[in-house]
Design a protein around this ligand. Structure first.
Ligand SMILES: [Zn+2]
Length: 245
């Protein structure tokens, strides 16, 4: 998919103006400020519904391949598994809000949606010291109320752009899920998977091995979006929402 990266006009002008004046050191700093994924073949792997039984196994595989990922966590599971939550954070991965108990938000009243989001922000902050800036609605189901509330919490909505569909029971086969992940992987995609699915975690070494050989950098969603103008409450990357679980 093609991603449009927004570089503010003022920044372009400043760069053009400074090109003739900058010392080599300054020029280097300006190059370094360019968003990483403009110059690298990035992909953002995302894992939903944890922390869970296989979290530590997953973290080990990611570490081996120097991959950073994004974990969309369920608030009540964070409360139950503070150590696993901290392990994810200390591994350098990004933590996103996936509601308190994974209810479909489009079935809820405004106040109930607000509580789902707030309680999860609070428990992740309390557990890791970090406040999420990313939100994923269960099942990808969102509406105007979700948009308003996530905007209040300065959260971006991240439904994902491709999915292995590992929530489908018949797909839960390591070889099959490996093939699916490799089929749908592409530059700048946000891939949706579940850390609660054993076969997904088991498929990961082969997936990362193959994608590494294709030159991919595995980055967090926030790093993938760097350099774009981002408005809280809106859906990123810009696209039609992906349905899933
Ligand atoms: Zn989910």
């Amino acid at each position: 998919m093609a991603l449009h990266r927004f570089v503010p006009l003022a920044a372009i002008c400043a760069l053009a103006l400074s090109a003739s004046l900058a010392s080599p050191a300054q020029a280097h700093q300006q190059r370094a400020a360019e968003p990483y994924c403009v110059t690298h073949k990035c992909i953002a792997l995302t894992f939903d519904d944890g922390p869970a039984e296989y979290t530590n196994d997953l973290l080990k595989v990611l570490k081996k391949y120097k991959a950073k990922a994004t974990f969309f966590l369920i608030g009540n599971r964070v409360k139950k598994h503070p150590k696993l939550t901290k392990n994810i954070a200390t591994g350098g991965h990004e933590l996103g809000n996936h509601t308190w108990d994974h209810k479909y938000l489009t079935d809820l009243e405004y106040k109930a949606i607000y509580d789902e989001v707030k309680k999860t922000q609070d428990i992740i902050k309390k557990t890791t010291g970090k406040t999420p800036v990313l939100f994923r609605a269960p099942g990808g189901l969102t509406n105007e109320g979700v948009r308003t509330i996530t905007a209040k919490f300065k959260l971006l909505q991240i439904p994902g752009t491709v999915s292995t569909q590992d929530y489908i029971k018949d797909y839960r086969d390591v070889e099959f899920l490996t093939g699916r992940a490799l089929d749908i992987a592409d530059q700048d995609e946000v891939m949706l998977m579940h850390e609660t699915v054993k076969q997904t975690v088991e498929s990961l070494p082969a997936v990362l091995e193959d994608l590494t050989s294709q030159g991919y950098s595995f980055v967090t969603v926030s790093k993938l979006l760097e350099g774009q103008e981002l408005i809280p409450g809106e859906i990123y990357p810009e696209q039609l929402p992906l349905s899933g679980d």
